[in-house]
Ligand binder design. Sequence first.
Ligand SMILES: [Cu+2]
Length: 420
Amino acid sequence: MIRCPVELLKKIFNLMLLASLFLVINLEAGQWQIPDSITTMPGGSKLPYREKDGVKEFHLIAEPVKKEMGPGFFVDAWGYNGSTPGPVIEATEGDTVRIFVTNKLPEPTTIHWHGIKVPSGMDGVTGLSQKPIMPGETYKYEFTLDQWGTYMYHPHYDEMTQIALGMAGFFVIHPKSFRGSQPDRDFLIMLGEWAIPPGSSKPIPSEMVNFNYFTFNSTVWPTTPSLSIKTGEKVRIRFGNLSMNSHPIHVHGTVFRETSNGVERFNFDAQFEDVTVNVPVGSVREIEFTMDQAGDWAIHCHKSHHIMNGMGHQTYSLIDLKLDSAEMDKARKLIPGFMLMGSKGMGEMFSHEMHSMPRPKNFMHYGTPGPFGTIEMSGMFTVMKVRDNPEDDKGGWYQNPPGTVASPASKEEIEGLLEE
Ligand SMILES: [Cu+2]
């Protein structure tokens, strides 16, 4: 028990001394630590670093990864340090970084630091800038960062296979001093495409066009976490794309400014307002906005096939076609790849009846429960949960104020409206 202020001061002094000693010991030992910033990759992690002789050291491990892409839907992917995308590398402009890369894949690999100015021999291109890192080997990359912004890393050996299986990650370089604006939330989303046959857990790396899973940070909704935002907060989202297609990402509930293509930041005059940001292959796009209105707001790719799961894209239209079951059987035999597409559209695919139909093992279904029935979107889709008090929110759906939800019109309201 502390009886007088002098004793209290002594106690505080001793504690501070102990804490600083502990800090010195830790720094000397080069303890691994997690970068301290608000930047987060929903569903992902950050790569720890340690300081050694004024250099920031990191350790990436290229390895096979069992990824839960959707609830109960597991994929045999490749990634880094147990995850796809790989953990976020974070450093600051001016830092010298030393990155150890251990190869635990069954084939060689390298790492290319996409967009980062490095010496030619650190650029990671197999055969051109270095020898491949053989399975079991650990290589060392070292360079000084004299730029800032949002960059990426990926292999430059057997790119088709390794990137298709999930090997990609963000490399965020924070500016040394304040530039532009400071958001309250700073999210990273890596866009991905996968071709995974129904019932299989193995993505097909040679697929070039016909993908059937589209992911934010290698997951589909509802495994992709929702983004928790407080009303009035300033939000930044950084999108990276190392897939085979561009992805126009549409944000509901706000108009955003496109503030950067990852390379530092556009001058304010060069920034522009938009509602959809197209993220080309091999590129980064950053957007910033303020969420003024509480609610559940969708954010998704606007290529409508990219918000579906497990969908075959070479089906025939049965809309308006009335076939009995014998005719259906005949059609199935006659037309290769013929599937049971709805005759009134595809909406019935999302119904609960469809969910009760037998389906292959390890298969991600089409719709998930929402506050008003089934949410049909999945794939490249998540929800921004904007709340006045996110701390009090139990993760449920937005409670709309009475009279603010679209509802059936009454007879009186539409009187005369439907007359010829
Ligand atoms: Cu897309």
